[in-house]
Design a protein around this ligand. Structure first.
Ligand SMILES: [Zn+2]
Ligand SMILES: [Zn+2]
Length: 348
């Protein structure tokens, strides 16, 4: 009977490893797929805390200062991000306004507040109140914080409006630029990284597991703790997040989502994205038409970014997902064969 040990599962392929002890600037990779499992980077808790507090201040500046002044035919108007959201709502686009408010304001703010809260307590070597809940929320909200996407939208609008109206950048816009870089960097601070910083600080521990104790070895996506279960799903023994071997009906789910993505991608490219009307003329463009227009206006760099972000990336993702789906032999059912190391003996 093997002794309980600290186990670590690869978050990409599920391969189990005995957790190594790393020194600063060392990293450990998965023996099967090469994914970096653990890394003791250059930044410690105080450095991360300084970055997140800086991001909070820049966020404040970005939202109280006006970000642009639009002048056309003798009239000019400047607005902050939140005023722009309000105007969008009043113009009859409540859904767009709500979406902008969530992904450009509420979610990034919530993420920054929760991250700073946790890091502050780790900085004074105390267990952060609400660590389990906040880390789970940080993990859940991560894909929905889209300040860089907002920045790209602003840049496109500036170039497209250039010949109809003049758009003067204001301090708020520069704060948004700085925030884009800060948030992109802070995005490296995943919930797994937060738990691993908490461990380095000594306020939480890994729980040892005996991998022969139950047929299912389930790894937590939020804190990376490995938990033994008699069933294909359960709760993480450390942070109480729902863990599962496979998402129920994962093949049908993947196919449904993939089909929906393809179905929506077609009209997204065939129909115009928006129509801009002013006294001096109107313009409407599809995504590709917009890319061509940006190119003709001389902004080839912006045209390239928009082309990569809205054509190359989605199509590549769809193709890769299709190839993985076709090659996936795992099926809907889990075959229990702990001896060969196939099936449940690898973490889900
Ligand atoms: Zn792996
Ligand atoms: Zn967990």
């Amino acid at each position: 009977m093997p002794e309980p040990a600290i186990q670590l599962a690869c978050h990409h392929c599920g391969q189990l490893h005995r957790k190594p002890k790393l020194r600063r600037r060392e990293r450990a990779s998965c023996v099967r797929c090469g994914t970096v499992l653990l890394q003791r980077g250059k930044l410690n808790v105080s450095a991360w805390l300084a970055l997140s507090i800086a991001a909070l201040w820049v966020f404040l500046i970005a939202n109280i200062m006006p970000f642009a002044t639009l002048s056309s035919t003798g009239m000019s108007r400047s607005a902050t991000f939140l005023e722009a959201v309000r105007v969008t709502w009043e113009q009859g686009f409540p859904l767009v306004a709500l979406m902008c408010l969530m992904v450009g304001f509420a979610i990034p703010l919530l993420q920054l507040l929760m991250t700073s809260w946790i890091l502050f307590f780790l900085g004074i070597k105390k267990y952060p109140y609400g660590l389990r809940t906040f880390a789970r929320w940080i993990w859940f909200l991560k894909p929905w914080s889209m300040i860089p996407v907002f920045m790209l939208g602003v840049l496109v609008a500036v170039v497209k409006l250039a010949d109809m109206a003049s758009l003067e950048p204001e301090p708020g816009l520069w704060a948004f630029v700085a925030l884009t870089f800060l948030l992109t960097f802070l995005n490296k601070l995943s919930s797994r990284k937060i738990w691993s910083l908490a461990q380095e600080t000594g306020v939480v521990n890994d729980l040892p597991v005996d991998s022969q104790q139950a047929p299912f070895v389930l790894a937590c996506e939020v804190c990376s703790q490995v938990t033994m279960h008699h069933e294909a799903e359960g709760k993480c023994s450390r942070c109480n997040t729902h863990v599962h071997y496979r998402k129920p009906k994962h093949k049908s789910r993947t196919l449904a989502l993939l089909a929906a993505a393809v179905v929506f991608y077609i009209p997204a490219n065939l129909y115009p994205i928006m129509v801009i009307e002013t006294l001096l003329g109107s313009s409407n463009h599809t995504i590709l038409g917009g890319v061509l227009q940006l190119w003709e206006l001389g902004s080839w760099d912006l045209a390239l970014i928009v082309f990569i972000a809205s054509v190359v990336v989605p199509i590549t993702k769809i193709i890769i997902m299709l190839v993985l789906y076709i090659n996936d032999k795992s099926g809907q059912h889990i075959h229990m064969d702990p001896q060969s190391g196939q099936g449940p003996n690898q973490a889900g």
